[in-house]
Design a protein around this ligand. Structure first.
Ligand code: NAD
Length: 323
C-alpha cells in the first residue's frame, strides 16, 4: 500500500485530495494547523501540527522509521482577494516558513515525490483578449500581489532542492478552484463561494454587492477536476510548473448571474469598491492536457454542485443564530 502525506488536509482542496487518494487505495496522513470543519475524519490518520516549525515538519514527514512515498504540500496562509490584499505580511511570513521547512525536511528525509501547490497569481496582469500565457512566461515576473511572489519563490525553492537532492518535484499552478466543503464565509472565501453565499442570503429579486465593476475575467475549476489534475501530474514525468484550469473564461458579473440561475433567483448586482486583483487571465493548459487531463465539470455543472451546499450552510447558520 502506498503512503501519502497531505499537508493542508484541514483545508478545502487538501481534504478533497485526501478522499481521492484513499479511494485509490493509499494510506493517507493528513496534517494541518486545524481540523477540517466538515470532514474531520477524512484521512486514515490526522496530525494537528503547525508547519511553520521545522520539528513539526519532520514529525509530519516521518512514519515507521521512514518517510512517505508521496508528499502533497497544500498548506498555506491563504484566502480570496479580500484576505490577500489585507494580510500581505502573514502570507509572506507564514507560507514561506511552511515551504522552507517542508521542502528542506522532505528532501533530507528522502521523500521520492513531492507535489507543491502554486497559483496562477504568479503571472502578471493581462488585458482581455491577450493570447494565452504559457508557464515559461511567468518570467520576467510581475505578480500583482505578495501571495503570487511567495508562490514563485517557493516554486524555485522546490526546484533547487530537486536539483540538489534528486527528489522528484511536481508543481501545479492552480486557477481559481471551487466546490463544496470550502471556506464560504469569514473573510477568506473566494469569489464563487462569496457570490453563492450572497445569493443564498438574498431574497428573490434582491440585490448583491460585487467588488469592482464586475468586468474582471477569470476561469473557475471544479475541485474534483483539480484533484484529478494534481494526482495525474504527481504521477507523471512533467518537470517544471504546470497550469491547471478549466478553459472557460467569464467575468465576475457572469459568474454571479450563473450562480443566480442555479439558485433560481432574480438578482440585481450593485458594484461597490473592493479589492479585485488582475483584470484578466488567459492561460495555456497544453502541458496538463499533454497528460490526458481536461476539465470534466463546466461552470454551470460545478455551481449546481456547489450552490446547494453553500445555501445549506447559510440555512444552518441562520438556524443556529435564531436558536
Ligand atoms: P485552504 O485555506 O482551504 O487550505 C490551506 C490549509 O493550510 C488550511 O486548512 C490551513 O489551516 C492550512 N495551514 C495554514 N497555515 C498552516 C500552518 N502553519 N501549519 C499547518 N497548516 C496550515 O486553501 P485551499 O483552497 O484548499 O488551497 C490549497 C492550496 O492551493 C494552497 O497552497 C493555495 O495557495 C493553493 N491554491 C488554491 C487556489 C484556490 O482557488 N482555492 C488557487 C490557487 C492556489
Amino acid at each position: 500500500m502506498k503512503r501519502a502525506l497531505v499537508c493542508g488536509a484541514g483545508g478545502f482542496i487538501g481534504m478533497h485530495l485526501v478522499k481521492k487518494l484513499r479511494s485509490l487505495g493509499y494510506f493517507v496522513r493528513g496534517v494541518d494547523i486545524k481540523r477540517h470543519e466538515w470532514s474531520p475524519d477524512g484521512a486514515d490518520e490526522f496530525k494537528l501540527l503547525d508547519l511553520r516549525v521545522e520539528a513539526n515538519c519532520r514529525e509530519a514527514l516521518t512514519i515507521g522509521g521512514g518517510t512517505f512515498d508521496e508528499v502533497y504540500q497544500l498548506a498555506a496562509d491563504m484566502g480570496g482577494m479580500g484576505f490577500i490584499h489585507s494580510a500581505e505580511t502573514e502570507i509572506m511570513h507564514n507560507s514561506a516558513l511552511i515551504n522552507l521547512y517542508m521542502t528542506d525536511q522532505a528532501a533530507r528525509l528522502g521523500v521520492p515525490r513531492y507535489f507543491f501547490s502554486s497559483s496562477v497569481c504568479v503571472y502578471r496582469d493581462m488585458r482581455p483578449g491577450e493570447p494565452e500565457m504559457t508557464e515559461a512566461e511567468a518570467i520576467p515576473a510581475h505578480p500583482d500581489n505578495e501571495y503570487g511572489w511567495e508562490k514563485l519563490y517557493s516554486e524555485r525553492l522546490a526546484e533547487a532542492y530537486e536539483r540538489r537532492y534528486g527528489m522528484q518535484v511536481r508543481i501545479a499552478r492552480f486557477q481559481n478552484c471551487y466546490g463544496p466543503e470550502g471556506t464560504w464565509t469569514g473573510g477568506r472565501e473566494k469569489a464563487p463561494a462569496a457570490l453563492c453565499r450572497k445569493i443564498a442570503e438574498a431574497g428573490d429579486g434582491g440585490v448583491i454587492d460585487v467588488w469592482g465593476d464586475g468586468t474582471a475575467v477569470r476561469s473557475y475549476t471544479y475541485v474534483s477536476d483539480m484533484v484529478d489534475g494534481i494526482y495525474l501530474l504527481t504521477q507523471s514525468d512533467l518537470h517544471g510548473a504546470v497550469n491547471i484550469g478549466c478553459p472557460q473564461y467569464v467575468t465576475v458579473d457572469e459568474l454571479a448571474q450563473a450562480a443566480a440561475r442555479v439558485a433560481g433567483k432574480r438578482i440585481r448586482i450593485r458594484h461597490v469598491d473592493g479589492p479585485v486583483g488582475v483584470q484578466s487571465r488567459n492561460f495555456s493548459n497544453a502541458r496538463i492536457a499533454s497528460l490526458g487531463w481536461q476539465a470534466k465539470i463546466d461552470l454551470d455543472a460545478g455551481l449546481a454542485l456547489t450552490y446547494p451546499w453553500i445555501a445549506e450552510q447559510v440555512r444552518a447558520a441562520r438556524g443556529a443564530a435564531a436558536s
